[in-house]
Design a protein around this ligand. Structure first.
Ligand code: OAD
Length: 239
């Protein structure tokens, strides 16, 4: 990457007082968590229709839960990386800071980020399909599929394809992007909407955009700074 490009992006990041961030699976790659669409990603070897849709869950809840339990075990063993930590540091010095994430792994919270919008839910939450009750459940689930005290089937508290996002989440994210001077987009393929729509919303609305990704995305040509590389290496250099 050109040093001049990184320098300009750093100046922009240091100057901005109102910052919004959009992250995806790539931000957790260096914590050892696979992405979805890159090489070795989940959707390269699994059918998302089976594992990440309400229909797939109703067809075979045990199979879906086995996959989520495996992911939960992997995430439980993972630690935040310098990319997550850089965002927590940025939040300290910004006057307004909103971190919008598509990740369900909770690593931004662990790194110390406070104002986090989880567009796709939280893998540590379980929700009853009968009574709607929700709780955080970090321990291993012994019986799969797990059941609620009411007898109903528990599901992972994540958003599946075809489902609505958590109430108010995209509205709050949109408002934060519109108010921001700078949007930092890191580690997302920008293929999944409405999350990806935040990028053109910013770029076409006069908000500066820094994109950090190991590869180009559909929006790389539209952003102010497209930085190619690993988020855990580049983000600390922007703080
Ligand atoms: P993807 O797997 O689609 O994209 C990951 C992106 O991160 C790719 O563009 C990679 O090039 C990039 N990448 C990989 N390693 C990186 C690194 N070390 N540093 C920087 N970039 C890196 O993941 P998402 O965009 O998060 O939703 O996927 C969006 C949604 O699709 C997910 O939230 C999930 C998935 O299906 C649901 O399950 C609802």
């Amino acid at each position: 990457m050109e040093p001049a490009l990184l320098n300009s992006a750093r100046q922009s990041a240091r100057k901005a007082r109102r910052i919004a961030v959009l992250t995806g699976a790539g931000v957790s790659a260096e914590s050892g968590i696979p992405t979805f669409r890159s090489n070795g990603g989940f959707w390269r070897n699994n059918r998302f229709e089976d594992l990440a849709t309400p229909q797939g869950f109703v067809r075979d809840p045990k199979f879906v839960w086995q996959w989520y339990e495996e992911r939960r075990r992997g995430i439980a063993a993972a630690r935040p990386n310098p990319g997550h930590e850089a965002f927590a540091a940025m939040e300290h010095r910004a006057s307004e800071f909103t971190l919008i994430t598509q990740n369900v792994d909770g690593l931004h919270d662990l790194a110390g980020s406070k104002n986090v919008i989880k567009l796709h839910g939280d893998i540590w939450v379980v929700r009853c399909m009968a009574c709607g009750g929700e709780r955080v459940e970090r321990s291993e689930l012994n019986e799969l599929p797990p059941r609620c005290a009411c007898g109903g089937l528990l599901r992972p508290g994540v958003v599946w394809f075809g489902e609505a996002l958590p109430e108010g989440a995209i509205e709050r994210a949109t408002a934060a992007v519109r108010r921001a001077e700078l949007l930092i987009v890191a580690g997302t393929s920008a293929q999944v909407y409405p999350a990806a729509g935040l990028i053109p919303l910013a770029a076409r609305g006069g908000v500066q955009v820094i994109e950090i990704n190991t590869e180009a995305t559909d929006f790389s040509d539209e952003v102010s700074f497209a930085l190619r590389g690993k988020s855990a290496e580049i983000l600390p250099q922007l703080v």
